[in-house]
Design a protein around this ligand. Structure first.
Ligand code: NI
Length: 189
């Protein structure tokens, strides 16, 4: 089932997330719904808070970018309770990002070019891997959602000021979007 995407300004995106346990009710269905929702909205990553669930759960599929970045072919992952660690000596790279919860906005965000990731997959196998390049960016963006952080929190104060009006409109649901969304306080029209 395709779920509505919770928009910037909704408190669920600023709510603490909890660890997922194997007996989490409806977990398999939630994962399936997150995948379906992400493909329906043409996203490359989705975090549980974006569908209103305060859980440490992410789905990423960057295969669609393989024409430009062949190393991303076939790359998809369910991340349960992911843990990102960063060596602060690793370079940052600045590149444009967008987010299903912030439709119509694309801004340059600095990210570490390499991270160390520990996670559990949907079969409850644990993994540990160094991840670099664009996939590392997507993982950092999605794992930020689990820490109540949205990419626009990481842009320069001047840029943030410039898009303030657009962000306020998104928070009110005054945004055109070709997928179903949910905002906290819809403006009355
Ligand atoms: Ni996002």
């Amino acid at each position: 089932m395709v779920l509505p995407i919770y928009l910037y300004g909704h408190p669920v995106l600023r709510t603490n997330t909890r660890m997922v346990t194997p007996d989490e009710p409806g977990l398999a269905e939630l994962i399936a719904n997150m995948k379906e929702t992400m493909y329906a909205t043409d996203g490359i990553g989705i975090a549980a808070p974006q569908v209103g669930e305060s859980l440490r759960l992410v789905y990423i599929d960057v295969d669609v970018l393989k024409d430009d970045m062949p190393e991303l072919a076939g790359k998809n992952m369910v991340l349960i309770n992911p843990e990102v660690t960063v060596d602060e000596n690793v370079n940052t790279v600045t590149r444009e990002e967008g987010c299903l919860s912030v439709p119509g906005i694309h801004e340059s965000v600095p990210r570490h070019e390499r991270i160390h990731l520990k996670w559990t997959d949907e079969n409850w196998q644990t993994h540990e891997e160094d991840i670099e390049g664009y996939l590392a960016r997507v993982v950092q963006h999605e794992c930020d959602h689990l820490e109540k952080t949205i990419f626009v929190d990481r842009i320069s104060p001047i840029r943030k000021q410039l898009i303030r009006g657009k962000l306020n409109n998104i928070a009110k649901g005054n945004v055109s979007c070709d997928y179903r969304t949910r905002c906290f306080k819809p403006s009355r029209r």
